[in-house]
Write a protein that binds this ligand. Structure first.
Ligand code: GAR
Length: 229
């Protein structure tokens, strides 16, 4: 490296540093797309340095390629157990020096060791108004319970499944004629609005995970996250 390149490299590394974001996703990747778009249009001051999927045929890998972002598949079926898959994933994230790791429809339970290694950097979006309906089939469960409203939650990931502190939720109404698919679509359009906002909060360090919960701008957030009413 010449003197002039090393000087400009050091200026670039201290001025306007952009966060290094990695997205983990297992499927269609519409949330990943919303975050990619927000970063590429500078609404979020971050670079997506890689999209990783555990499913070789996941459309999210095509979305990444179309956006000019490195895409990688780590096929979980090639590993004998959860821990061995998580170790490979952790090694990859470590080598990428990820500041923020965004789970966007990543349909894998992560081991406690993995979550603890990246604590405070891991975000997830879950299609329910947590703490209601952790786990699967959330839209059908909201319909079966005759709920009048449903929604989505962005939260920090902790070892408890879908149990980490909520940062932001969005609510949607449930109408009598709704099917689970109708509800999923209504929820997803809200997800595409709120997930990039929270990624931006974490990248800019406005949102922080502490031992007693999630904080935004130095204030502890309530159980349902920011602006829950
Ligand atoms: C999203 O609705 C997300 O909330 C959900 O999967 C969908 C992925 O859609 N995540 C979970 O259920 C995690 N427990 P996408 O691939 O189009 O972003």
């Amino acid at each position: 490296m010449t003197n002039s390149t090393s000087k400009s490299a050091s200026i670039n590394s201290t001025v306007g540093t952009r966060s290094r974001v990695v997205i983990l996703a297992s499927g269609n990747g519409s949330n990943a797309q919303a975050i990619i778009d927000a970063c590429q249009s500078n609404k979020v001051s971050a670079d997506i340095i890689k999209v990783i999927s555990n499913i070789p045929s996941a459309y999210v890998l095509t979305r990444a390629a179309n956006a000019g972002i490195d895409a990688l598949c780590i096929d979980h079926k090639r590993y004998p157990n959860r821990e061995s898959f998580d170790l490979v994933l952790a090694k990859e994230l470590d080598s990428l020096q990820a500041d923020v790791i965004v789970l966007a429809g990543f349909m894998r339970i992560l081991s406690e060791g993995f979550v603890n290694q990246f604590t405070g950097k891991l975000l997830n979006i879950h299609p329910s108004l947590l703490p209601k309906y952790p786990g699967l089939n959330t839209h059908q469960r909201a319909l079966d319970a005759n709920d009048e409203e449903h929604g989505t939650s962005v939260h920090f990931v902790t070892p408890e499944l879908d149990g980490g502190p909520v940062i932001l939720q969005a609510k949607v109404p449930i109408f009598e004629s709704d099917s689970a698919d109708d509800l999923a679509q209504r929820v997803q359009s809200q997800e595409h609005e709120i997930y990039p906002i929270v990624v931006n909060w974490l990248c800019s360090k406005r949102a922080i995970l502490k031992s007693d919960g999630a904080y935004l701008d130095g204030k502890k957030l309530p159980e349902c996250g920011y602006a829950s009413e």
